[in-house]
Design a protein around this ligand. Structure first.
Ligand code: NAP
Length: 202
Protein backbone atom coordinates (compact mmCIF):
# COMPACT_ATOMS: atom_id res chain seq x y z
CA UNK A 1 0.00 0.00 0.00
CA UNK A 2 1.23 3.51 -0.83
CA UNK A 3 2.08 5.69 2.16
CA UNK A 4 2.07 9.46 2.29
CA UNK A 5 2.89 11.94 5.04
CA UNK A 6 1.03 15.12 5.85
CA UNK A 7 3.20 17.62 7.69
CA UNK A 8 0.85 19.81 9.69
CA UNK A 9 1.95 22.99 11.42
CA UNK A 10 1.55 26.74 11.59
CA UNK A 11 5.06 27.20 10.14
CA UNK A 12 5.43 30.77 11.43
CA UNK A 13 8.16 30.48 10.24
CA UNK A 14 9.17 27.07 8.91
CA UNK A 15 12.71 26.09 10.05
CA UNK A 16 15.27 23.28 9.83
CA UNK A 17 13.65 21.45 12.76
CA UNK A 18 10.48 20.95 10.69
CA UNK A 19 12.45 19.91 7.60
CA UNK A 20 14.58 17.38 9.49
CA UNK A 21 11.48 15.97 11.22
CA UNK A 22 9.70 15.48 7.88
CA UNK A 23 12.73 13.85 6.27
CA UNK A 24 13.27 11.57 9.27
CA UNK A 25 9.60 10.51 9.20
CA UNK A 26 9.78 9.92 5.43
CA UNK A 27 12.79 7.68 5.86
CA UNK A 28 11.64 5.81 8.99
CA UNK A 29 8.13 5.08 7.67
CA UNK A 30 8.97 4.63 3.97
CA UNK A 31 6.70 7.48 2.88
CA UNK A 32 6.39 8.13 -0.86
CA UNK A 33 6.14 11.85 -0.22
CA UNK A 34 5.47 14.39 2.49
CA UNK A 35 2.96 17.15 1.85
CA UNK A 36 3.46 20.26 3.99
CA UNK A 37 0.12 21.85 4.86
CA UNK A 38 0.37 25.20 6.66
CA UNK A 39 -2.59 25.64 9.01
CA UNK A 40 -5.05 28.20 7.68
CA UNK A 41 -6.95 29.36 10.76
CA UNK A 42 -5.83 27.22 13.73
CA UNK A 43 -8.78 26.68 16.13
CA UNK A 44 -6.56 26.93 19.24
CA UNK A 45 -4.84 30.16 18.17
CA UNK A 46 -7.74 32.52 17.70
CA UNK A 47 -6.31 34.86 20.36
CA UNK A 48 -2.68 34.87 19.17
CA UNK A 49 -1.70 36.88 16.14
CA UNK A 50 -0.11 34.70 13.49
CA UNK A 51 1.45 35.83 10.23
CA UNK A 52 -0.71 36.04 7.14
CA UNK A 53 -1.29 32.66 5.53
CA UNK A 54 0.21 33.83 2.23
CA UNK A 55 3.55 34.50 3.95
CA UNK A 56 3.59 31.15 5.78
CA UNK A 57 2.76 29.33 2.54
CA UNK A 58 5.42 31.23 0.57
CA UNK A 59 8.08 30.43 3.21
CA UNK A 60 7.04 26.76 3.20
CA UNK A 61 7.37 26.59 -0.59
CA UNK A 62 10.83 28.19 -0.47
CA UNK A 63 11.97 25.82 2.30
CA UNK A 64 11.02 22.57 0.56
CA UNK A 65 12.22 23.55 -2.92
CA UNK A 66 15.30 21.33 -2.95
CA UNK A 67 13.66 18.09 -1.76
CA UNK A 68 11.92 16.11 -4.55
CA UNK A 69 9.97 14.09 -1.93
CA UNK A 70 8.40 17.20 -0.41
CA UNK A 71 5.37 19.14 -1.66
CA UNK A 72 3.24 21.96 -0.25
CA UNK A 73 -0.52 22.34 -0.29
CA UNK A 74 -2.73 25.37 0.32
CA UNK A 75 -5.88 23.33 1.13
CA UNK A 76 -6.18 24.53 4.72
CA UNK A 77 -5.44 28.10 3.75
CA UNK A 78 -8.04 28.06 0.97
CA UNK A 79 -10.73 26.36 3.06
CA UNK A 80 -12.99 28.90 4.78
CA UNK A 81 -13.47 28.69 8.55
CA UNK A 82 -11.25 27.17 11.23
CA UNK A 83 -8.65 24.56 10.17
CA UNK A 84 -9.61 21.22 11.63
CA UNK A 85 -7.23 18.36 10.84
CA UNK A 86 -10.16 15.98 10.26
CA UNK A 87 -11.23 18.03 7.20
CA UNK A 88 -7.71 17.94 5.80
CA UNK A 89 -7.42 14.19 6.31
CA UNK A 90 -10.85 13.63 4.70
CA UNK A 91 -9.72 15.70 1.67
CA UNK A 92 -6.47 13.74 1.45
CA UNK A 93 -8.36 10.47 1.75
CA UNK A 94 -10.45 11.50 -1.30
CA UNK A 95 -7.37 12.50 -3.29
CA UNK A 96 -5.38 9.43 -2.23
CA UNK A 97 -7.74 6.48 -1.73
CA UNK A 98 -6.12 3.17 -0.78
CA UNK A 99 -3.20 5.00 0.79
CA UNK A 100 -1.93 4.93 4.35
CA UNK A 101 -1.85 8.49 5.64
CA UNK A 102 0.60 9.62 8.35
CA UNK A 103 -0.03 12.96 10.02
CA UNK A 104 3.29 14.36 11.23
CA UNK A 105 3.40 17.16 13.76
CA UNK A 106 4.96 18.31 17.03
CA UNK A 107 4.63 16.07 20.11
CA UNK A 108 3.17 18.99 22.12
CA UNK A 109 0.37 19.28 19.58
CA UNK A 110 -0.28 15.51 19.60
CA UNK A 111 -0.67 15.57 23.39
CA UNK A 112 -3.68 17.85 22.84
CA UNK A 113 -5.49 15.59 20.36
CA UNK A 114 -8.17 14.58 22.84
CA UNK A 115 -9.59 18.07 22.31
CA UNK A 116 -9.48 17.84 18.50
CA UNK A 117 -12.61 17.48 16.40
CA UNK A 118 -13.73 13.89 15.56
CA UNK A 119 -10.65 12.29 17.09
CA UNK A 120 -12.01 8.72 16.73
CA UNK A 121 -12.50 9.15 12.99
CA UNK A 122 -9.13 10.90 12.71
CA UNK A 123 -7.26 8.03 14.38
CA UNK A 124 -9.16 5.62 12.17
CA UNK A 125 -8.20 7.50 9.00
CA UNK A 126 -4.54 8.22 9.73
CA UNK A 127 -1.58 7.36 11.94
CA UNK A 128 0.20 10.10 13.90
CA UNK A 129 3.94 10.75 13.99
CA UNK A 130 4.77 12.99 16.95
CA UNK A 131 8.15 14.70 16.63
CA UNK A 132 9.82 15.66 19.90
CA UNK A 133 13.00 17.45 20.77
CA UNK A 134 15.70 15.52 22.68
CA UNK A 135 15.45 15.82 26.44
CA UNK A 136 11.71 16.52 26.24
CA UNK A 137 10.24 14.05 28.72
CA UNK A 138 7.01 13.00 27.14
CA UNK A 139 6.05 10.32 29.65
CA UNK A 140 3.86 7.40 28.64
CA UNK A 141 1.27 8.16 25.97
CA UNK A 142 -1.17 5.91 27.80
CA UNK A 143 -1.03 8.21 30.82
CA UNK A 144 -0.96 11.42 28.80
CA UNK A 145 -3.88 10.47 26.58
CA UNK A 146 -6.13 8.50 28.94
CA UNK A 147 -9.21 8.73 26.72
CA UNK A 148 -7.69 6.65 23.91
CA UNK A 149 -8.11 2.90 23.44
CA UNK A 150 -5.09 0.61 23.20
CA UNK A 151 -5.43 0.16 19.42
CA UNK A 152 -5.72 3.94 19.01
CA UNK A 153 -2.54 4.54 21.04
CA UNK A 154 -0.74 2.10 18.73
CA UNK A 155 -1.43 4.48 15.86
CA UNK A 156 0.73 7.19 17.45
CA UNK A 157 4.52 6.95 17.15
CA UNK A 158 6.94 9.36 18.80
CA UNK A 159 10.19 10.17 17.00
CA UNK A 160 13.09 12.14 18.43
CA UNK A 161 14.45 14.91 16.25
CA UNK A 162 17.56 16.71 17.57
CA UNK A 163 17.06 19.64 15.16
CA UNK A 164 13.79 20.46 16.94
CA UNK A 165 15.88 22.37 19.46
CA UNK A 166 15.10 25.10 16.89
CA UNK A 167 11.68 26.69 17.42
CA UNK A 168 9.53 29.19 15.53
CA UNK A 169 8.91 31.15 18.74
CA UNK A 170 12.64 31.60 19.28
CA UNK A 171 13.16 32.66 15.65
CA UNK A 172 10.40 35.29 15.90
CA UNK A 173 11.91 36.64 19.13
CA UNK A 174 15.37 36.71 17.58
CA UNK A 175 14.17 38.79 14.62
CA UNK A 176 12.39 41.17 16.96
CA UNK A 177 15.48 41.71 19.09
CA UNK A 178 17.91 41.84 16.17
CA UNK A 179 19.69 38.55 16.93
CA UNK A 180 20.84 36.29 14.07
CA UNK A 181 18.64 33.56 12.59
CA UNK A 182 21.20 32.35 10.06
CA UNK A 183 21.63 28.53 10.07
CA UNK A 184 18.29 28.03 11.85
CA UNK A 185 16.28 28.02 8.63
CA UNK A 186 16.95 27.92 4.87
CA UNK A 187 18.61 31.02 3.45
CA UNK A 188 15.71 31.68 1.09
CA UNK A 189 13.32 31.81 4.06
CA UNK A 190 15.65 34.12 5.97
CA UNK A 191 15.77 36.43 2.93
CA UNK A 192 11.97 36.36 2.62
CA UNK A 193 11.55 37.30 6.30
CA UNK A 194 13.94 40.22 5.83
CA UNK A 195 12.39 41.45 2.58
CA UNK A 196 8.82 41.23 3.88
CA UNK A 197 9.73 42.75 7.25
CA UNK A 198 8.17 39.87 9.19
CA UNK A 199 8.39 39.50 12.99
CA UNK A 200 9.81 42.96 13.60
CA UNK A 201 6.93 43.87 15.86
CA UNK A 202 5.55 41.93 18.78
P1 NAP B 1 1.67 24.40 18.00
O1 NAP B 1 0.76 24.32 19.17
O2 NAP B 1 2.01 25.75 17.48
O3 NAP B 1 3.02 23.65 18.25
C1 NAP B 1 3.24 22.77 19.31
C2 NAP B 1 4.70 22.35 19.28
O4 NAP B 1 4.91 21.47 18.18
C3 NAP B 1 5.68 23.50 19.11
O5 NAP B 1 6.83 23.18 19.84
C4 NAP B 1 5.95 23.49 17.61
O6 NAP B 1 7.22 24.02 17.31
C5 NAP B 1 5.91 22.02 17.29
N1 NAP B 1 5.46 21.72 15.91
C6 NAP B 1 4.37 22.21 15.28
N2 NAP B 1 4.25 21.65 14.06
C7 NAP B 1 5.31 20.81 13.92
C8 NAP B 1 5.75 19.94 12.89
N3 NAP B 1 5.04 19.80 11.77
N4 NAP B 1 6.89 19.23 13.07
C9 NAP B 1 7.59 19.35 14.22
N5 NAP B 1 7.23 20.15 15.25
C10 NAP B 1 6.10 20.88 15.09
O7 NAP B 1 1.07 23.50 16.86
P2 NAP B 1 0.35 23.98 15.59
O8 NAP B 1 1.40 24.30 14.58
O9 NAP B 1 -0.64 25.04 15.92
O10 NAP B 1 -0.49 22.68 15.16
C11 NAP B 1 0.14 21.55 14.69
C12 NAP B 1 -0.82 20.83 13.75
O11 NAP B 1 -1.93 20.32 14.50
C13 NAP B 1 -1.42 21.74 12.69
O12 NAP B 1 -1.53 21.03 11.49
C14 NAP B 1 -2.81 22.07 13.23
O13 NAP B 1 -3.76 22.36 12.23
C15 NAP B 1 -3.15 20.76 13.95
N6 NAP B 1 -4.15 21.00 14.99
C16 NAP B 1 -5.43 20.58 14.77
C17 NAP B 1 -6.42 20.82 15.71
C18 NAP B 1 -7.83 20.35 15.44
O14 NAP B 1 -8.05 19.72 14.43
N7 NAP B 1 -8.75 20.63 16.32
C19 NAP B 1 -6.09 21.49 16.89
C20 NAP B 1 -4.76 21.89 17.10
C21 NAP B 1 -3.80 21.65 16.13
P3 NAP B 1 7.33 25.27 16.27
O15 NAP B 1 6.58 26.40 16.94
O16 NAP B 1 8.78 25.49 16.14
O17 NAP B 1 6.61 24.82 15.03
Amino acid sequence: MQKIGIMGGTFDPIHYGHLVAAEEARWQFGLEKVIFIPAGHPPHKVSRKISEARHRLAMTRLAIESNPFFAASAIEIERPGLSYTINTVRDMRNTYPLTDIYFITGADAVLEILSWKHIDELLDQCCFIAAKRPGYRLGRLKTKLPGLRKEQLKRITVIEVPALAISSTDIRQRVQTGRPIKYLLPEAVEKYIREQGLYREN
